[in-house]
Design a protein around this ligand. Structure first.
Ligand code: F6R
Length: 366
């Protein structure tokens, strides 16, 4: 059942070229420039006219919501808020008529997310569910939705569900932006093609999994890790840190790279690995100076870069390069080496990576 792999987690990481393809199939047609999503089409006016979109989720799904915040604001020019379901539900949130709630959940059974959308529904919000488990409670409670089609995720750490969530959210944003007229035809077509190319590029990243294994062997005894990114890669840094914490039991923190100077930089010394998620994008120059700040304090830098990058490899202690991609779709590539890193560190330390201590696959308690 593990298909020849040692663990479900690594099997599911390697499934991603197919699961992302399954998610795009029948929806995205880059040649025709069409995106077919019945749930979006049926609620297109609500989405176009939404004064605000609120993403509600927990854990890894919340990180997908953070990436989507940047994507929706950029492409659709709709203000987006991203809420931890547990915080949103308990604080009597303000929901205006017309607000659209996008609930993101792999299991579709997360208690905090479920109750949060139930409350929002009572207050008149439209609930759009992005769910992996077909027929689950969150799917049933939503007014409309789109399944991620990643197949059952058995490993407790969410991997293939995350990239499928990003694929669905990106298609959704593109569709809304096209209907709303907030994206020009050229950029729309370019992004459709970039999205369609992701499964192939993920396969190329996975071909180099052995390189991450070697890196993991060098870093596995670190006591703490920092993960830094900017823009679309900031949530990827948070996700990398979460993966390492839950699978390897190493303390890790994710931060927007520019926040370093407001406190966390005090932690940096020659024992601290700092993972930079630094693929080529509009933030590149800025993140290069953030890397300089860390190197000046003798931090150990592991950088996830784009293949054509010649600047960062000259500064970093270790580098893992991923294929070039538009910054909007880049998180689906840059997260892969971070999933692999947490897996290989966890295995090297002898932990049960499929069933980390204290964790359950679906959190049905509040
Ligand atoms: C992290 C992880 C959790 C879940 C969170 C939400 O690897 O698995 O953080 O992402 O419990 O679960 P879902 O997406 O099922 O609502």
């Amino acid at each position: 059942e593990k298909g020849g792999y040692d663990h479900f987690m690594i099997k599911e990481i390697h499934e991603q070229p197919h699961t992302i393809q399954d998610c795009l199939r029948g929806r995205l047609d880059p040649a025709a420039g069409t995106i077919t999503m019945a749930g979006v089409e049926n609620h297109l006016q609500q989405l176009i006219n939404a004064p605000r979109i609120i993403m509600v989720a927990c854990g890894t799904s919340w990180h997908a919501g953070l990436v989507a915040e940047y994507v929706f604001e950029e492409l659709c020019r709709i203000p987006v808020e991203v809420e931890y379901a547990s915080e949103f539900r308990y604080r009597n949130p303000i929901i205006h008529k017309g607000d659209v709630i996008i609930a993101i959940s792999q299991s579709g059974e997360t208690a905090d997310t479920l109750v949060a959308i139930d409350r929002a529904k009572e207050q008149g919000a439209t609930i759009f569910g992005i769910v992996n488990a077909v027929g689950s409670s969150i799917a049933r409670l939503s007014h409309a939705g789109a399944y991620t089609h990643a197949g059952p995720e058995i490993g407790v750490a969410s991997t293939k569900a995350f990239t499928a969530q990003l694929a669905v959210l990106t298609m959704m944003a593109l569709k809304v932006a096209a209907a709303k007229g907030t994206i020009d035809v050229k950029r729309y077509q370019h992004l459709c093609a970039e999205l369609a190319a992701i499964p192939e590029k993920v396969a190329l990243v996975l071909q180099k999994a052995a390189d991450v294994k070697k890196i993991a062997a060098r870093y596995k005894d670190a006591r703490d890790f920092l993960y830094l990114g900017r823009g679309y890669n900031f949530p990827v840094a948070l996700e990398g840190a979460l993966k390492l914490k839950e699978i390897s039991y190493i303390h890790a923190e994710g931060y927007p790279a520019a926040e370093m100077k407001h406190g966390p930089i005090a932690l940096v010394d020659d024992q601290l690995p700092v993972v930079f998620v630094a693929t080529k994008d509009s933030y590149h120059e800025k993140i290069v100076s953030n890397i300089q700040e860390i190197k000046a304090r003798k931090g150990i830098v592991l950088a996830i870069t784009s293949e054509s990058d010649e600047v960062i490899p000259a500064m970093a202690d270790d580098v893992f390069a991923v294929p070039e991609a538009d910054e909007i779709v880049a998180p689906m590539l840059s997260v892969i080496p971070l999933q692999l890193l947490s897996y290989y560190v966890g295995v090297a330390k002898g932990f049960d990576v499929d069933k980390p201590r204290n964790l359950a696959k679906s959190v049905t308690v509040e």
